[in-house]
Design a protein around this ligand. Structure first.
Ligand code: CDP
Length: 229
């Protein structure tokens, strides 16, 4: 059956409601929440602080470490608590997508730890986590060149749609493409692909993500302004 209408009635280029907020974890050096509809991520930043064991220190630049966790009660069927292969992978891609914006050369011998917790999950959690983490790094006052805006595009039946939810992700033939963009330069710092696409579809997905990333960027700026105005 052709995919002519989205299951929740959204337009193909329409994201779910987004919202950002900073300063949500009191004891962290920086923190933020970011939502895509009912997908909710909280990020907490600790550091920069001295990196131990000392042999891991680099006098030329600091280290970014990201941890991702989807809390047991975040999904309908209870998820087994604790790290697994998926959370290790997402922690790693979160790190890779944030590294280009951080001026780590200004933090020799130091480490910055970022903990992303998914408190509600309905697909797109790695993207919500990346949006929250970049906001939390800014909230911590770290030297940054930009924020990072991430969202998942989906491709099915030759159609490209933005910010797919779990029902859409489970549609037969759906390709999930999480993408992170640096809004000032348009640089892509994450592009994953779970399925098949052709060149045109991928180009269209990138264009669509670039277009909606302006909205994500605005929500992030608004969140920072609300705390620091
Ligand atoms: O969340 P994201 O789209 O970045 O990653 P995914 O691995 O493609 O997971 C898609 C969705 O599957 C998650 O957002 C959750 O809603 C759901 N999921 C789940 O219900 N139980 C798990 N153990 C893992 C994922």
């Amino acid at each position: 059956m052709a995919y002519t209408k989205r299951l929740d009635g959204r337009k193909f280029d329409e994201m779910r409601e987004i919202e950002g907020k900073v300063g949500v974890v009191k004891n962290a050096d920086g923190s933020a929440m970011f939502k895509f509809g009912d997908t909710v991520a909280i990020a907490a930043v600790y550091g920069p602080k001295d990196l131990y064991p000392r042999f891991m220190q680099n006098p030329k630049k600091g280290k970014l470490r990201c941890y991702y966790d989807m809390i047991s009660f975040s999904v309908n069927e209870r998820k087994r608590p604790g790290p697994d292969r998926r959370s290790n992978e997402i922690g790693l891609v979160t790190e890779k997508s944030l590294t280009p914006v951080l001026s780590l050369e200004n933090y020799p011998n130091a480490v910055v730890d970022v903990f992303v917790q998914i408190v509600q999950a309905n697909a797109g959690t790695r993207c919500a986590g990346i949006c929250a983490a970049s906001l939390a790094l800014a909230d911590a006052g770290l030297d940054m060149k930009d924020l990072v805006c991430a969202v998942s595009a989906g491709v099915v039946d030759g159609k490209v749609l933005i910010d797919i939810d779990k029902y859409e992700e489970d549609v037969e033939g759906m390709t999930d493409i999480p993408i992170a963009i640096l809004p000032r330069t348009g640089e892509v710092s994450l592009l994953q692909l779970d399925g098949k696409v052709n060149r045109e579809e991928l180009k269209e997905a990138l264009e669509l993500v670039k277009k909606v990333s302006k909205k994500i960027h605005n929500a992030q700026k608004k969140a920072l302004q609300e705390k620091f105005k």
